[in-house]
Design a binder for this molecule. Structure first.
Ligand code: ADP
Length: 269
């Protein structure tokens, strides 16, 4: 089979004609598939040995006859294996999202409910260092995959905690907008320089590698967010100003909205 990418654009003096450009992307498509499968297989194969290593580290930490001098290096090893585990899990999540043809198990997701749960975890992560405000439309539900949406929204909210200093204000909104329905996470943190914005959703792209690693991130969060939003026919919009803060908005089309009261009546897509 041949894969073609088609683009049709206005053309000619008064833009009355149409120009169609067809590009053969068969090779690119196949290379991309090979890359995707390779990452998925490699991540999967790394899981088992890592679990074994982590198990032995736990055993040594639990054993009463482990010399005291070994406890610190063992604890460091445990932290690093835990880090590796989150990277592998995120890589597997990303491959699943890339491979998945459609969304399975869609339902009317109670976004307000999810946000309140995520907020509790975010507050624990923040240890009271951030101030949270919310503007949430309680009766507005979103047709989609609950697990995927949960991971996307929590990534955005945890990012606002992880990448901003104490005292930062974080606002979460969920409701209807002129374009459809929108979830946004805004912070009054350090912001992101404009040159970084277009690359932010690339895998492993981080503005400040050292600092982001310290915060426990894998660099895959925003790539996951973007995939999840796209799979829900939505768009991720990032705006930011250095020294003022950042705003991450997920825009979904209006036809994915459901109302709490009419939930059963409109359960069909
Ligand atoms: P990470 O695991 O490092 O959080 P992400 O893909 O989620 O990876 O984010 C990529 C990078 O974008 C982060 O490393 C950080 O530099 C930047 N970033 C994300 N959210 C924010 C934010 N709210 N404020 C400032 N920088 C952010």
């Amino acid at each position: 089979a041949i894969m073609l990418s088609l683009r049709i654009a206005p053309f000619g003096e008064r833009k009355k004609q149409r120009l169609m450009v067809a590009r053969d992307i068969t090779k690119i498509y196949h290379l991309n598939m090979i890359r995707r499968d390779f990452v998925a297989n490699a991540s999967h194969e790394l899981r088992t040995p890592l679990t074994v290593i982590a198990g032995f580290i736990e055993n040594l930490l639990d054993a009463p006859n482990t010399p005291a001098a070994h406890r610190r290096p063992l604890t460091l090893m445990r932290n690093q294996t835990e880090r590796m585990r989150s990277i592998i899990e995120d890589l597997l999540t990303l491959s699943r999202l890339e491979m998945g043809d459609g969304l399975d198990a869609q339902e009317a997701v109670d976004v307000a409910d999810e946000l309140h749960l995520i907020l509790q975890e975010a507050q624990a992560l923040s240890q009271g260092q951030h101030r949270f405000t919310t503007q949430i439309e309680d009766d507005l539900l979103l047709w989609g995959c609950p697990a995927e949406l949960r991971s996307a929204f929590s990534n955005l909210i945890f990012n606002a905690v992880k990448h901003t200093p104490p005292g930062t204000q974080i606002e979460i909104t969920w409701g209807r907008s002129t374009e459809g329905i929108e979830l946004s996470v805004s912070d009054t943190g350090p912001g992101i320089a404009p040159e970084h914005l277009p690359r932010l959703t690339e895998r492993f792209y981080r503005v400040d590698r050292a600092r982001s690693r310290e915060s426990g991130g894998t660099g895959l969060g925003l790539a996951i967010v973007k995939h999840v939003i796209n799979r829900h026919e939505g768009r991720l919009m990032i705006t930011s100003k250095l020294g003022q803060g950042s705003r991450f908005a997920c825009l979904f089309p209006g036809h994915r909205a459901r109302l709490r009261d009419a939930q059963h009546a409109s359960a069909a897509p």
